[in-house]
Design a protein around this ligand. Structure first.
Ligand code: IMP
Length: 197
């Protein structure tokens, strides 16, 4: 079954496809006339609220079109740094594009607490039903940028359940098995296969 992922981030699509293809789904980027639709990003400090807003906009957009019966996926995610009270959180994309990974390392230079977590809130809309999944990956911010794989903050994030390497030093499968995105999508698949209600 095909799932259309509404995101401008191709890395997210590839990761979701790697995870969900093992469960029999094919994930493709949602495009309208070859373009990612421009959604309004709500002012909210909650990734769950941002995801809700995204799925509602997407459903309005495809209402009455040939895409109407497709399964749709949205996700909002971010990096939450403990000593910065959860910043950058919902502003992760902006922070990543502006000060970047070195900027985060510089901000934390004299902080002893380097704990952080990645969170992803995914919503899948399929056959008139919504499936929600929150995935959290705990870890810490490295002292140096390391590794070439992945995207965004991967080169400065060391997951707790790993061996001290950053996500960017891991291959796709290793990251998938530990990541917030992997967890949020596995929760959704579990709910589809074994509905609680
Ligand atoms: P958004 O969900 O599109 O608002 O973007 C979330 C931002 O958080 C991304 O642009 C990245 O900077 C960061 N981010 C989310 N998930 C990951 C990940 O798995 N690795 C690295 N950075 C991530």
């Amino acid at each position: 079954m095909k799932i259309l992922f509404i995101t401008g981030n191709k890395n997210k699509v590839d990761e979701a496809n790697d995870i969900l293809s093992k469960l029999g789904y094919r994930v493709e980027q949602f495009l309208l006339d070859g373009q990612t639709p421009n959604f309004i990003e709500p002012q909210s400090s909650s990734i769950a609220e941002v995801s809700e807003f995204k799925i509602q906009q997407a459903l309005e957009l495809i209402s009455g079109t040939t895409l109407e019966n497709h399964a749709l996926l949205v996700e909002d995610s971010g990096l939450f740094i403990e000593s910065l009270n959860g910043f950058p959180g919902v502003y992760s994309s902006y922070v990543s594009e502006t000060i970047g990974n070195q900027g985060i390392i510089d901000i934390l230079a004299n902080k002893s607490n380097r704990n952080a977590e990645f969170r992803a809130y995914s919503i899948l809309y399929k056959d008139g039903k919504y499936y929600h999944g929150l995935g959290i990956c705990s870890g810490r911010i490295s002292f140096q940028i390391k590794g070439l794989n992945g995207f965004g903050f991967d080169p400065i994030f060391i997951p707790k359940s790993g061996d001290g390497r950053t996500f960017a030093e891991m291959n796709e499968e290793e990251k998938e098995s530990k990541s917030h995105r992997g967890e949020s999508l596995k929760i959704i698949c579990e709910e589809i296969n074994h509905p609680s209600k």
